[in-house]
Design a binder for this molecule. Structure first.
Ligand code: GLN
Length: 501
């Protein structure tokens, strides 16, 4: 069923909430329509691994009761809005597989903090979304359950590792989703799928109940088609949580200053990023165009240097695998994970279960981490990587003495085709512009700025904020949104009827 004037698939979260408040439609009608759309359209995209029909309907009934009693008016701005979650987020009673055979049959006994906060905000949970196995990857091709397709071109990858989260929003299956970002996994798929994706400053969102990859790098954040929707979802999930000692009190309304514009703001451009080998001309042109538009709106464009950022990739592929190796040790077939049957001794059970349960990329990271943390090797790699981390963090804090926000590419290119990138090192380069932000801990986001001149596929530009100043990058993103318009549903998914008309 279509809402007044606009199909549900194309409505923003803010519009859906307003429609419910105005009684244009009920939460039950909305939910039935969204479930129907997922049933019809997700066959082509494969964003969802599990659809939580009962949880969605129960929450819709709760919202309709609140509308009837008048209590809805006191609920927050996302009450009644559909949302879905990357499958590394625990939600009671759902499978949390991390797209791995290792956790194929794992059912969450509890709910992670970010998901719980969306439920507390009255959002309607639609289900769990596909990803690269354990969040290792940039294409969703490492999912044990098959890849997700990019709604802008089904032969193209949606990016990764939060590919399902980006594709679900780009296909108009849900207006909002959550992903996680350890080296670029929110921003790169957001760029590939033409939606807004925000990796908040480390500590803004609790990691409690998210299956850990790199605990010092992981951060959960929103995908949306408008900046305001993303800011509202960040408002809902952020803030201190006693269950995660790295989470911080935030006390900021991320949606408060979106309309302020960029006049007087200083926006940094990093020459080394713009001249980087591998950056395609169409992406570079879009970053330049965005800079020009911000300048025309009254921002001052300033060159800033990040002298150590070129070492970020090397540091990440030491720190990331070391942390992943430690975190994934719990999947030992006894406490958690797939257990290969029929082994007489524990050693061979461990070996067989872990060999069969993990896919190639997960095994590669585990072996790398195990080697890097071994005696004699640790000092040569882990230590210097930590030193580089300190230097990169200092680079960013120096840069943010001069500017309020940095504008950069997200990924060197637009979405590639399935099977096109097979060399792991080439795949790792997808994150060459995003990884240093996880190393330093700052906020970073991808903002869609239209289609590339050569490929005709979506391009995002990256906005980077000083630590705990995420509102600054959102404010710049809102200024760009006024130039480029809000992200739209991918053309083949824009109509409400049949399948992919
Ligand atoms: N693509 C990067 C990797 O494979 C980042 C992944 C992520 O952010 N989860 O490690």
């Amino acid at each position: 069923m279509a809402a007044v004037g606009k199909p549900f698939g194309a409505m923003s979260a803010v519009e859906i909430h307003a429609g419910l408040a105005a009684k244009d439609f009920s939460a039950a009608e909305l939910t039935d329509s969204v479930l129907d759309r997922i049933r019809r359209r997700d066959e082509k995209v494969h964003a969802f691994l599990e659809v939580t029909v009962d949880a969605a309907k129960a929450q819709a009934a709760h919202i309709d009761a609140a509308i009837a009693s008048g209590a809805f008016a006191q609920m927050g701005p996302l009450a009644g809005v559909p949302v879905a979650y990357k499958d590394n987020m625990n939600m009671t009673g759902t499978h949390t597989t991390c797209s791995s055979n290792m956790l194929q049959n794992y059912v969450s006994p509890y709910t992670c903090t970010p998901v719980q906060r969306t439920l507390d905000a009255g959002m309607i949970p639609l289900g769990k979304l596909n990803m690269d196995e354990f969040a290792f990857g940039s294409s969703t091709e490492t999912s044990a359950f098959g890849p997700t397709c990019n709604p802008w071109g089904l032969t193209h990858v949606p990016g990764g590792s939060s590919g399902g989260s980006a594709a679900a929003v780009a296909a108009g299956l849900v207006p909002l989703s959550l992903g996680s970002d350890t080296g670029g996994s929110i921003r790169q798929p957001a760029s590939f799928c033409g939606v807004v994706g925000v990796k908040p400053t480390y500590g803004v969102v609790s990691r409690y109940g998210i299956v850990a990859f790199g605990s010092s790098l992981d951060q959960v954040g929103p995908f949306a088609r408008t900046v305001e929707d993303a800011a509202q979802l960040l408002n809902a999930i952020s803030g201190h949580d006693p269950l995660d000692c790295t989470s911080q009190p935030v006390g900021v309304d991320f949606a408060a200053n979106l309309a302020e514009g960029v006049r007087g703001m200083r926006i940094g451009i990093v020459p080394a990023f713009m001249e980087a080998k591998g950056l395609t001309p169409e992406v570079k042109a879009k970053v330049q165009e965005a800079a020009d538009k911000l300048q025309a709106q009254g921002a001052e464009i300033v060159e800033v240097q990040l002298p150590n950022a070129q070492a970020a990739m090397s540091a990440y592929y030491v720190l990331g695998p070391c942390e992943a190796f430690s975190n994934l040790a719990r999947f030992d077939s006894v406490r958690y994970g797939y257990c290969d049957p029929g082994h007489a001794d524990l050693g061979s059970q461990y070996e067989a279960s872990r060999s069969k349960g993990f896919g190639d990329e997960a095994r590669r990271r585990i072996m790398l981490g195990s080697y890097l943390l071994s005696a004699g090797v640790y000092d040569k790699y882990y230590y210097p990587a930590q030193q580089i981390r300190t230097l990169i963090t200092k680079d960013y804090s120096d840069a943010f003495q001069k500017v309020d926000c940095i504008l950069a590419p997200v990924a060197p290119r637009t979405a590639f085709e399935f099977g096109e990138v097979t060399d792991p090192t080439e795949m790792y380069l997808s994150d060459m512009f995003t990884i240093s932000i996880n190393i330093a801990g700052n906020g970073g986001m991808s903002m869609p700025v239209g289609l590339g001149a050569d490929t005709g596929l979506p391009v995002g530009v990256q906005l980077i904020s000083a630590a705990f100043r995420d509102q600054d990058m959102l404010r710049v993103a809102a200024a760009l949104e006024r130039e480029y318009g809000p992200a739209c549903v991918a053309p083949d998914f824009a109509s409400e009827g049949g399948d992919a008309e």
